[in-house]
Design a protein around this ligand. Structure first.
Ligand code: SF4
Length: 368
């Protein structure tokens, strides 16, 4: 049981453990605000190892805030491709431009200005203020929630409003003054390395205070939130090939996959076969009359609460010179297959392009 008089011992024990076990991550060398910011936004949506690869690639190409502000949207999207949640990189891009315009290119250090930047919520503002600038604020992510839910044996889901307030208050009461940089990272590191989904309590530095361990109910904590229903979608898309080139178009700046390049297509309507969907979508979106010549594959992929079956076809243009009338896109290109790597594609379309790299039908159609 964690009593108030134990708080300082708990924190000191945790800090000692962190000092001995922390991972050598690239942004931990100098805690530059720019590096902490990029890492925090990236790590909200990916595993650490993958996040480090993306971080190194990003900072190699964009070494500072000025470089991000000067980069094009296509470039930042390309560097982010595969991480998902693309509104985050758009907000990061906007924030870099605001920092250049309003803060003279220097990352602001007061929490109100940090919180006012696009894409920065309470958690990220706390992380940057504490980890980059050493300010005494807590940051609570899913790792911290899990540790406190177990140590304090919380018997209802952590995302309930009163539980979130309790977790934050508990973290604040444990925070040793002047040590927020280390303490916040230590709590998150403990959740990531030891108090993970499958807890390794035998290696835990704070096990003596853990109520869930004493009660033998670690795997029942945190109490899971009710699951959101999954929606299944059938979508059809087509590869229109002409003179050895493939048609792609750029999606509008708002909505799903905003600003991405894609093979055109859309949702299969009730009573419609996917091969009919591509014909209809190509006419509606580009005024192209097309005919499906072969089914390529079905790509299954998921995003947020959707599970998508993407039905993919090779298409031929029935007439015309290949100039579209765009109704659902801002630009178009006819590209060689090897040029697709230069464009940021939605996840399902990237999987399709990868699958086509070894498809002999594709090679034959490009040569025809
Ligand atoms: S004892 Fe186990 S459940 Fe409790 S905080 Fe440590 S790792 Fe987590």
């Amino acid at each position: 049981m964690l009593h108030t008089h134990d708080h300082s011992v708990f924190s000191a024990t945790l800090l000692d453990w962190f000092d001995a076990h922390k991972r050598p991550l690239p942004w931990r060398t100098d805690y530059q605000p720019y590096h902490v910011w990029i890492s925090e936004i990236m790590l909200q949506q990916t595993q650490m190892e993958r996040g480090v690869d993306y971080f190194l690639r990003w900072t190699d190409r964009l070494p500072d805030i000025a470089a991000v502000a000067a980069a094009s949207e296509d470039e930042v999207l390309k560097l982010w491709e595969g991480l998902g949640y693309y509104s985050r990189v758009r907000n990061l891009h906007k924030a870099a431009r605001i920092i250049m315009e309003r803060h003279g290119g220097v990352f602001p250090d007061d929490i109100a200005s940090i919180r006012a930047l696009p894409g920065i919520g309470d958690y990220t503002a706390g992380a940057i203020a504490s980890i980059a600038f050493g300010q005494d604020v807590v940051c609570v992510d899913a790792n911290v929630e899990r540790v406190i839910a177990r140590v304090c044996d919380m018997d209802s889901p952590v995302k309930q409003k009163e539980n979130m307030a309790f977790i934050r208050a508990t973290a604040e009461s444990l925070l040793p003054s002047g040590k927020a940089r280390e303490f916040n990272q230590a709590m998150m590191e403990l959740g990531a390395l030891v108090c993970s989904k499958k807890a390794r309590c035998e290696s835990c530095p704070v096990s003596r205070w853990c109520e869930a361990l004493h009660l033998g109910i670690v795997q029942e904590r945190p109490v899971p939130a009710p699951r959101k229903p999954i929606t299944h979608l059938d979508v059809a898309t087509g590869l229109l090939i002409r003179d050895g080139r493939i048609f792609i178009q750029k999606r509008p700046e708002h909505g799903v996959w905003a600003g991405f390049w894609e093979f055109p297509g859309g949702c299969v309507e009730e009573g419609e076969h996917p091969s009919e969907t591509v014909v209809r979508e190509f006419m509606e979106e580009m005024e192209f009359a097309v005919t499906p010549i072969d089914k390529i594959t079905v790509i299954n992929h998921g995003y947020t609460t959707y599970r998508v079956s993407l039905h993919c076809y090779f298409l031929k243009l029935d007439k015309g010179d290949g100039t579209p009338v765009l109704h659902a896109a801002t630009e178009y290109r006819w590209v060689r297959f090897d040029e697709l790597d230069n464009y940021t594609l939605p996840a399902g379309h990237r999987k399709l392009a990868d699958a086509l790299a070894t498809d002999l039908r594709m090679a034959a159609l490009l040569k025809a």
